[in-house]
Design a protein around this ligand. Structure first.
Ligand code: HDL
Ligand code: ZN
Length: 416
C-alpha cells in the first residue's frame, strides 16, 4: 500500500518505466524516405525556434529565408544558444537532446560537434535508440494523401512499421477543397468544385481507398478558431457526407484540432500561425448529432480547455488529448492536466509531442514525465488523505490507461 511519503517516488518510477504511444506527431516511418526530419540542423530550424530567432536578432525574415539550411541553423545557434541563454521551452529542449547524447551545448564549437555526431548515425538504428531514450514505443504520424511528395510513396506500397502508426490528414480536402478537388479528378475520381451527391460519393470512395492503403488509426484535421458546425459550407458538407460516414465504415475516430489562426504573420512562414478561442458548441453539435462517430479533440486556446473537459463529461464519444503547440509549456500543462483529472478521472490522453524532428521526442516526453509526476502524486495524496487506498498497481494501471489504453480502446487498436 502506498503512503503520502512514498507516492511521489512510486509515480516517478512508474512514469519512467512505462512506454507511451505518442498520439500526434509529424514524424515519418523510414519507408517514407527523406520526409522524416532528424539531426541538429533540423532541430535548430524548428519553426518554434525560428519565431524566437526574430525576437532576439536583427536578421529580417527575408534575409533568413535567403540562407541555406546550415546557415539558418547557425544563425539560430549563435543567437539563441551562444549570445542568449536558452531558457525557453524550445531552446532548452535542444540543450536536453544534446545532453541526452552526452554532447556539449555551450559555445560555437558545440554545433560542429553535434553535426559530426548526427552525421555518424545510421538512421534506422538511430530511430530505435531515440524512441527508447524518449520512452515511447509508437509514434502516430500525420499523413497527407494530397501531398505530392508523400502520396506516391504510399501508392507505390510501403512496408508497415511497428514503431509508426498512420493517420489520414484532411486539411487539403476540408480546408481547401477549391484548390485541391482537381487532384482527386486527375486520379480518376468524378469530382468537381460543387458537392453534388455524386461528388460526395466519390470523395467517400477516395477516402475509403486511402484507408485501405494507409490503415490510419484515425482521420485528422486542424480547424481555425472560427470553425462553426452546423454551417452552410463546403467543409460542413464534406464532414457530414464524406468524412464521418467513412470514419464509421472503418470504425476510426475523427481528430479535430481546433483554434488555429493561420498565418497571422506570413513573413515568418510556418512560424506565422497563432491561436484563437473557438466556439466549442461546434464540437458539442458534432458529438450529439453523430453519436456513432468517435471524436478525438485538442483545442489550441487555453481559454477553451475547461469547457472541453465539461463537454467530455457530456459525451462519451469525445476524447480530449494533449496540450497542443502553444499550450505545451509546464505552466499551462499543469493547469490543463489537473482540471482534466478533477473532471474526467483518467479518461483522457494527457499529452502528445507534436514532434516534427525525430529527436524532439526525447525532450518533449522528458518534460511530460517531469511535469506530470507531481500532478499525479498530488492526485493520489488527496485520495489517501480522504481515506482512499493507493497501490503501485493502481499507479501503473492509471499511467497505462492515460498513455495507451484510452487510445487503443477509442481507436480499436489491438493491444501491443
Ligand atoms: O496542424 C498541426 O498538426 C499543428 O501541430 C501544426 O503542425 C503546427 O505547426 C505545429 O507543429 N504545432 O506544434
Ligand atoms: Zn501537429
Amino acid at each position: 500500500m502506498e503512503t503520502t511519503a512514498s507516492i511521489r517516488q512510486t509515480v516517478e518510477e512508474e512514469l519512467q518505466t512505462a512506454r507511451f504511444i505518442d498520439v500526434h506527431t509529424h514524424l515519418f516511418k523510414p519507408a517514407l524516405g527523406e520526409l522524416g526530419l532528424w539531426g541538429i540542423d533540423e532541430l535548430l530550424t524548428y519553426h518554434y525556434l525560428e519565431a524566437e530567432l526574430f525576437r532576439s536578432s536583427e536578421i529580417t525574415p527575408e534575409q533568413y529565408w535567403a540562407l541555406a539550411k546550415p546557415a539558418r541553423a547557425h544563425a539560430i545557434w549563435k543567437t539563441l544558444f551562444v549570445e542568449n541563454t536558452p531558457v525557453s521551452e524550445a531552446t532548452r529542449g535542444v540543450v536536453a537532446v544534446l545532453n541526452a547524447f552526452g554532447l556539449p551545448s555551450q559555445g560555437e564549437k558545440a554545433l560542429t560537434e553535434a553535426r559530426n555526431f548526427f552525421a555518424a548515425q545510421q538512421r534506422d538504428d538511430h530511430i530505435r535508440r531515440v524512441f527508447e531514450m524518449a520512452g515511447i514505443d509508437q509514434a502516430v504520424m500525420t499523413n497527407d494523401p494530397l501531398d505530392p511528395a508523400e502520396a506516391p510513396l504510399w501508392e507505390a506500397g510501403t512496408d508497415s512499421d511497428k514503431l509508426f502508426l498512420a493517420v489520414l490528414r484532411l486539411d487539403r480536402i476540408l480546408e481547401a477543397w477549391p484548390e485541391n478537388w482537381r487532384t482527386l479528378a486527375e486520379k480518376g475520381f468524378n469530382v468537381d468544385l460543387h458537392l453534388s451527391c455524386k461528388v460526395l460519393s466519390e470523395v467517400r470512395r477516395f477516402l475509403a481507398n486511402w484507408c485501405r492503403i494507409m490503415h490510419p488509426i484515425y482521420m485528422a484535421v486542424s480547424l481555425p478558431d472560427t470553425f462553426q458546425y452546423p454551417e452552410e459550407s463546403v467543409r460542413a458538407h464534406l464532414l457530414e457526407d464524406a468524412v464521418l460516414p467513412v470514419c464509421r465504415e472503418f470504425k476510426i475516430p475523427l481528430s479535430l484540432m481546433i483554434g488555429v489562426r493561420r498565418q497571422v504573420n506570413p513573413a515568418i512562414r510556418l512560424a506565422g500561425d497563432a491561436a484563437g478561442k473557438a466556439d466549442l458548441r461546434s464540437l458539442e453539435n458534432l458529438c450529439r448529432n453523430f453519436p456513432e462517430n468517435n471524436f478525438l479533440a485538442s483545442v489550441l486556446s487555453r481559454e477553451n480547455q475547461h469547457e472541453l473537459c465539461v463537454y467530455a463529461r457530456k459525451f462519451r464519444n469525445l476524447l480530449p488529448f494533449g496540450c497542443w503547440w502553444f499550450l505545451n509549456n509546464p505552466s499551462v500543462v499543469e493547469e490543463i492536466t489537473r482540471e482534466r483529472i478533477e473532471m474526467l478521472g483518467m479518461s483522457f490522453i494527457p499529452q502528445h509531442s507534436d514532434a516534427r524532428v525525430l529527436e524532439q521526442v526525447i525532450y518533449k516526453w522528458r518534460n511530460t514525465r517531469r511535469t506530470l509526476a507531481p500532478i499525479l502524486a498530488n492526485t493520489y495524496t488527496l485520495l489517501m488523505e480522504d481515506g482512499g487506498h493507493v497501490t503501485r498497481e493502481h499507479v501503473r494501471a492509471d499511467i497505462e490507461r492515460l498513455f495507451r489504453g484510452n487510445l487503443e480502446r477509442f481507436c480499436r487498436l489491438k493491444p501491443q
